[in-house]
Ligand binder design. Structure first.
Ligand SMILES: *[C@@H]1O[C@H](CO)[C@@H](O)[C@H](O)[C@H]1NC(C)=O
Ligand SMILES: *[C@@H]1O[C@H](CO)[C@@H](O)[C@H](O)[C@H]1NC(C)=O
Ligand SMILES: *[C@@H]1O[C@H](CO)[C@@H](O)[C@H](O)[C@H]1NC(C)=O
Ligand SMILES: *[C@@H]1O[C@H](CO)[C@@H](O)[C@H](O)[C@H]1NC(C)=O
Length: 496
């Protein structure tokens, strides 16, 4: 979960140990959706701290009294005037930068927050939506640390990102599922527990978006994201594609979906941890043989989980996580999102500026965020609610999309252990679809930017796999130029 950032590890711990949720009394709890935790909060905090983020609240649940009266308008959007934010220059206010809230129709009281940046180049550029993982981490992690139009300098002012994806696309970031980032509700029944509800919320949002921005409806549309979004993205893409087929809502010109260092097929990806760790010399052959003994139990529970056993999903979590933690016990204080790096003290990354910046009253005001809403960078409650979703595979929905010509790009930075390239490559190769054999036989070719090899790619028909060099979990953060090139070539059909 790293900024796109999927705090997958955090999630794992939370699920394993049934983390605690201390909700303040102002939150209204309607049900037992959120169970009190038996696990000391310190464990979760430790892992959140590795990112140097300290959300004040565990989730954005607010009392209904604090919510502004509901207007007729379901989508409320503001053009941003960020001119006082320092060094971005006076031109910022002239750009098409927007932030808004959408009142999710299929919820009791939830409002989804989003940013929308018009392309810096051309209105006809594709519309690209980005989803950060976690589950439960805000997409603003990617906006400010990976591929957004600007970054936050040490003195907490905005500086342009020369490789923002808004250079080649009309770019949307949403905070989801409900409770994450600036998205909030006053009713805990709105907290999402499965991909069906998550994809319905995203579908309702994107319909409302195109409804209020009809000038973009004919543009090509792409779904992108990272990490746990390897769960969200295939289901959301299927939701849009099915709606198009059924003539439900506004036709959305879905052309493709891309997942970076994703978690999509846990059965295959958990098996790959030891292979990757051995290849990268993180463990030796003895360790490898020992840790592999843990896999059969993990695999068995994942299979039962896939067959509908909700308890099995939790057992799968527990048993599969032992594989990961056994590797980390040997590896020590390396950053599991980038094994080249060592965590210093508690800190593996420093994403604290984002929290400082987004919690300024002036900034919240500019974004249309109420004073009572605090920015929740990563929500452990949202994560915990998806405890039985984690170990399910969402590969199954992909072959029908490929068959209908929707493009899929799977890319992965080579130094990420958490959602490593090998596990991703393995499931992509094992996936049964009409082009499976030809994809398997396709040659690996060099992905070059400015004459330099930045990765190795493989393609057949609508499917492309790209391993990115010199990058960890967050490819656009580590290789901003190559990531922008990747997006541009892929959306223009020129990657392969
Ligand atoms: C943007 O904000 C600045 C500082 O608050 C103000 O001077 C300027 O007039 C605003 N611009 C617009 C277009 O509202
Ligand atoms: C803040 O940092 C940016 C980038 O490092 C720099 O260009 C700018 O001058 C600084 N602004 C102030 C007010 O110190
Ligand atoms: C998703 O979760 C909701 C709320 O817990 C539940 O009503 C619904 O049946 C679930 N859907 C699926 C497909 O599991
Ligand atoms: C493998 O590594 C472990 C520590 O992880 C060490 O105890 C063991 O001696 C090593 N085995 C060999 C054969 O190098």
């Amino acid at each position: 979960m790293a900024s796109s950032f999927s705090l997958l590890f955090l999630v794992v711990l939370i699920l394993c140990f049934s983390n605690v949720l201390s909700l303040s009394s102002k939150f209204i709890l309607h049900s037992d959706l959120i169970k009190p935790s038996k696990f000391p909060i310190t464990m979760t905090e430790k892992f959140i701290r590795q990112l140097n983020v300290f959300p004040k609240h565990d989730i954005n649940l607010v009392s209904s009294k604090e919510i502004e009266p509901v207007t007729e308008q379901r989508l409320f959007e503001k053009k941003l005037n960020l001119s006082y934010l320092g060094d971005s220059g006076a031109t910022v206010q002239d750009l098409g930068h927007h932030a808004g809230y959408y009142r999710l129709v299929h919820t009791k009281a939830a409002r989804m927050f989003y940013f929308f940046f018009e392309s810096r180049s051309n209105k006809n550029d594709p519309v690209v939506i980005w989803l950060t993982g976690g589950p439960g981490c805000s997409s603003e992690l990617a906006l400010f640390y990976e591929n957004g139009p600007f970054q936050i300098s040490p003195n907490i002012s905005l500086v342009w990102n020369d490789f923002g994806w808004d250079k080649v696309s009309n770019l949307i970031y949403v905070d989801q599922p409900t409770g994450t980032g600036f998205s909030y509700t006053s009713d805990d029944r709105d907290i999402r527990r499965n991909e069906t509800d998550i994809s319905n919320d995203l579908y309702d949002f994107i319909q409302a978006f195109f409804n209020s921005h009809p000038e973009y409806v004919n543009n090509n549309f792409y779904i992108t994201g990272e990490s746990y979004a390897g769960h969200y993205i295939p289901v959301f893409a299927s939701r849009v594609h099915q709606a198009n087929k059924n003539k439900e809502g506004i036709y959305i010109n879905l052309k493709g979906f891309a997942i970076g260092n994703g978690m999509t097929n846990p059965e295959i990806q958990f098996k790959a941890y030891t292979d990757y760790a051995l290849d990268m010399k993180l463990i030796n052959q003895t360790d490898y043989d020992d840790i592999n003994k843990l896999y059969p139990k993990c695999e068995q529970h994942i299979k039962s989980c896939g067959n509908g056993g909700e308890d099995a999903c939790l057992y799968a979590f527990q048993d599969c996580f032992k594989i990961f933690s056994s590797i980390m016990d040997i590896v020590g204080d390396k950053n599991y999102y980038d094994i080249r790096k060592t965590c210093k003290g508690d800190l593996c990354y420093d994403f604290s500026r984002m929290e400082t910046y987004l919690n300024y009253d002036q900034v919240k005001h500019a974004l249309g965020v109420g004073n009572d809403i605090e920015f929740v960078s990563c929500s452990s409650t949202v994560k915990q609610a998806l405890g039985t979703d984690m170990m399910k595979s969402f590969e199954v929905g992909i072959p029908p999309l490929l068959k209908d010509g929707i493009n899929l790009l799977i890319y992965a930075g080579e130094y990420d252990l958490m959602c490593n390239w090998l596990g991703n490559s393995n499931w992509v190769h094992a996936m049964e679809w009409f082009g499976q054999r030809d994809f398997g036989a396709a040659p690996s070719i060099s992905f070059r930017v400015d004459g330099e090899e930045k990765g190795v790619q493989k393609n057949h028909g609508p499917l492309t796999f790209l391993k990115v060099h010199d990058a960890g979990h967050m490819v656009p953060m580590d290789q901003p130029k190559a990531a922008l090139e990747m997006l541009q070539r892929w959306t223009q059909g020129k990657l392969s």
